[in-house]
Design a protein around this ligand. Structure first.
Ligand SMILES: *[C@@H]1O[C@H](CO)[C@@H](O)[C@H](O)[C@H]1NC(C)=O
Ligand SMILES: *[C@@H]1O[C@H](CO)[C@@H](O)[C@H](O)[C@H]1NC(C)=O
Ligand SMILES: *[C@@H]1O[C@H](CO)[C@@H](O)[C@H](O)[C@H]1NC(C)=O
Ligand SMILES: *[C@@H]1O[C@H](CO)[C@@H](O)[C@H](O)[C@H]1NC(C)=O
Ligand SMILES: *[C@@H]1O[C@H](CO)[C@@H](O)[C@H](O)[C@H]1NC(C)=O
Length: 676
């Protein structure tokens, strides 16, 4: 008996050897389950070797959606693929949400990269670690679902497995491949990396994509009796583009549970649970091989049957769409109109406009290929004016992953907050497309020549404009602090970040530093601390600079400084001429208490107010506004009013200002006529 067996084995081995030799050119080795053995090196786990005729090609991956990776843009970020290409490949809109567990197609560019002296076909993505519990293994197996291996991650990142820390950026080589000469000759255009799921077999995968099982076997250097494992990619050679419909095909219901949860062998019962299914696979594999040998012995080496995976042990079956899924950030991307139902402020745009995802070519066309003449903004900022379907927009180029700013702006919706109308992610850059603010930023109007001024006379903002701007900013901050869930702190409010639209209504922009205020901390005003103090000098509250304390009062302080700038026309930091005592720099926030103290407040205030207003302002209202600003810039954060209070006060000042009639406003000055 045993002699016959070994003979049969020998013959089987020989047969598969021969196959390997004949077709070696057309193959990549299947990763098997070797990717689970992170600390051992196998040839197949490093990557697919570059044996194709092209060094790069278009290719496809499959991915099973689960929050937070359940929208084209989120999956695009994860996989470094193009959002609209993903949407298109799956026949959904750019802003669609995929149902949990739906398999989707991800179009990628696959190219040959040389790593450690060898060349592998891969598509590079990058991933920033978010949780202390993340390891190379669960990044490869869980986050990327087996599209990469822990061995390849380790080989292509400088950090050891134990040195991974939150916020580290990792290079993620996703396995892919380009057709070999043999495959090309057979008409193969794409190699799709299909993620094996429970219940899949080579024939069922081949049937799904309407190709022959043999080509799939060949493409993966597999022999027909080889077991395939879930969470591993199988290459499927395709002559036409894949369609998402092929992925949606209902799987044949898993075969009736033939071998019930195996009576554990001593080895299995010793193994820890996380590796159990591997052993189950191997164990049944061996058993099946035995069976097969018997079968083969009878059939005298006829075509062996493909073996599919053992039926699903209930504990490891794919998770059911979870009612309360992914507390860790999944809920972050959802925006439901209901969540705004508590808002009462007038400025809110109830209809949440969708954010478009643009192609790079569209952005390039809109900005005339980032022509210098379309550059707006000052200094080193990369902001361009662009025309999208005839509408002006501002395009800001940012490096790296700015998904947090996109996600904030997607969630918040207020007429005094700049609207993000779309974005484009390409080659490490993100292009954010905002609504266009015709009149530029407030800082330019107060401290520089405003845009489009061909006149020799300096245009200036009228009193009513200034009050309206302060009111609008307070409205926006009030919304951020009190009406969004979670509340946001802007953290970088300044007059260069306040833009003016065609009718001089203010819009807050630049949410790059914005952060959420955790729910519990909002209760008692408990302190959030940071050692990473960032912001703009002159606008930062003392407790933040000195101790890194983060509260909403940070924005209130900056708002006070902005109000002082509107009143005085001076900059947040005055250097030189305004600092009488030769101190070099004078903070605007420090100068106001002196103005409002002691005698001659009236004269001192008149001296403080922007001379370009030419006394065309109601002094009593200017006094109220200065008083408010002084409270807002109080050193003690507890003495500063909440923004809601400041907003109320400004509403009163605004309505009184609108009633105020400057009888001589048009005489002797070039003050702007107010819009409303
Ligand atoms: C693995 O790669 C090495 C070269 O790096 C080669 O010598 C060896 O034969 C390969 N092993 C297998 C099993 O392909
Ligand atoms: C795409 O989806 C629409 C409905 O949403 C359907 O009418 C259309 O046939 C689909 N196209 C393809 C190619 O599947
Ligand atoms: C692949 O690369 C081409 C050219 O570099 C680019 O136009 C295309 O958008 C890329 N495809 C994806 C899915 O990223
Ligand atoms: C991908 O990353 C590897 C390093 O891990 C690098 O050598 C290679 O050039 C990259 N490939 C592309 C196409 O950027
Ligand atoms: C690997 O990831 C899958 C999900 O992609 C998960 O169901 C499975 O339990 C993971 N395996 C291990 C050993 O963690």
């Amino acid at each position: 008996m045993s002699r016959t067996m070994s003979l049969v084995f020998l013959l089987i081995c020989l047969a598969s050897q021969i196959r390997v030799i004949v077709r070696v050119e057309a193959q990549q080795s299947y990763v098997d389950n070797e990717q689970l053995d992170c600390y051992n090196h196998y040839n197949s786990t490093d990557g697919n070797i570059c044996n194709g005729i092209a060094t790069s090609c278009n290719s496809y991956l499959t991915f099973r959606c689960a929050p937070p990776y359940n929208t084209p843009s989120a999956v695009g970020f994860l996989m470094n693929s193009d959002t609209s290409a993903i949407a298109e490949a799956n026949n959904v809109s750019d802003v669609a949400t995929f149902p949990t567990n739906q398999q989707i197609l991800i179009p990628i560019n696959c190219s040959c990269s040389s790593v450690g002296g060898r060349s592998y076909y891969q598509h590079n993505a990058s991933y920033t670690l978010k949780y202390p519990s993340e390891t190379y293994f669960n990044l490869a197996n869980n986050t990327y679902q087996g599209l990469t291996t822990c061995q390849a991650l380790m080989a292509q990142n400088p950090y050891g497995d134990r040195n991974l820390k939150v916020n580290m950026n990792l290079q993620v080589p996703l396995r892919c491949a380009c057709p070999t000469a043999t495959q090309s000759a057979a008409g193969v255009k794409y190699l799709l990396s299909y993620l094996v799921a429970w219940g899949d077999s080579i024939p069922s995968i081949a049937q799904r994509f309407r190709v022959t099982a043999q080509t799939v076997l060949d493409a993966n250097k597999l022999s027909p009796n080889k077991i395939i494992f879930p969470f591993t990619p199988i290459l499927v050679p395709l002559t036409v583009e894949p369609s998402s419909l092929e992925l949606e095909l209902q799987q044949a219901p898993p075969p009736a549970p033939a071998p019930p949860p195996q009576s554990p062998t001593p080895r299995e019962s010793k193994s820890n649970s996380s590796k159990k299914w591997i052993l189950v696979g191997v164990g049944t594999g061996a058993a099946l091989l035995l069976l097969l040998a018997l079968f083969a012995a009878i059939a005298l080496i006829r075509k062996a049957k493909t073996v599919s995976l053992p039926p699903i042990p209930t504990s490891t079956s794919p998770p059911k769409p979870n009612k309360k899924s992914a507390a860790d950030g999944g809920d972050y991307m959802e925006t439901t109109p209901e969540s705004w139902s508590t808002i009462s402020s007038q400025g809110i745009r109830y209809a949440i406009e969708s954010v478009s995802v643009y192609k790079l070519e569209e952005v390039q066309r809109a900005t005339e290929n980032f022509n210098e003449s379309n550059k707006i903004g000052r200094g080193g900022s990369s902001v361009y004016r662009g025309l999208f379907k005839g509408d002006a927009a501002a395009v800001k180029i940012m490096k790296g992953d700015v998904s947090s700013e996109i996600n904030i702006l997607k969630r918040i919706n207020h007429s005094n907050i700049i609207r993000l109308s779309g974005f484009c992610v390409h080659g490490g850059n993100t292009y954010l497309v905002y609504e266009y603010a015709d009149n530029g930023c407030v800082a330019d109007w107060l401290h520089h020549q405003p845009p489009n001024n061909n006149d020799n006379n300096k245009l200036t903002l009228s009193w009513k404009h200034r009050v309206q701007i302060a009111h609008d900013v307070a409205d926006a901050l009030n919304y951020l602090h009190n009406f969004t869930k979670p509340p946001y702190i802007h953290k970088n409010l300044k007059t260069t970040n306040i833009l003016l639209d065609g009718s001089f209504r203010a819009k807050i922009s630049n949410f790059g530093l914005a952060r959420t205020l955790e729910d519990e901390e909002e209760e008692q005003g408990a302190l959030q601390l940071t050692r990473h103090v960032v912001g703009t000098q002159g606008y930062m509250a003392p407790e933040y600079i000195e101790n890194g304390v983060i509260t909403t009062k940070l924005d209130v302080f900056a708002f006070g400084v902005v109000t002082l700038e509107l009143l005085s026309g001076r900059e947040a930091i005055n250097s030189g001429k305004n600092a009488v005592d030769g101190g070099g720099e004078e903070l605007l926030s420090a100068s106001i208490s002196e103005v409002l103290q002691g005698d001659n407040v009236r004269e001192k205030l008149q001296g403080f107010i922007d001379p370009s207003l030419k006394h065309e302002y109601p002094l009593d209202l200017a006094f109220s506004m200065a008083q408010l600003a002084k409270c807002c810039v109080d050193r003690d954060l507890n003495s500063r009013p909440a923004i809601a209070e400041a907003f109320m006060t400004l509403s009163k000042i605004l309505s009184s200002s609108l009633d105020w009639d400057p009888s001589d406003e048009l005489k002797g000055s070039r003050s702007l006529s107010h819009g409303r």
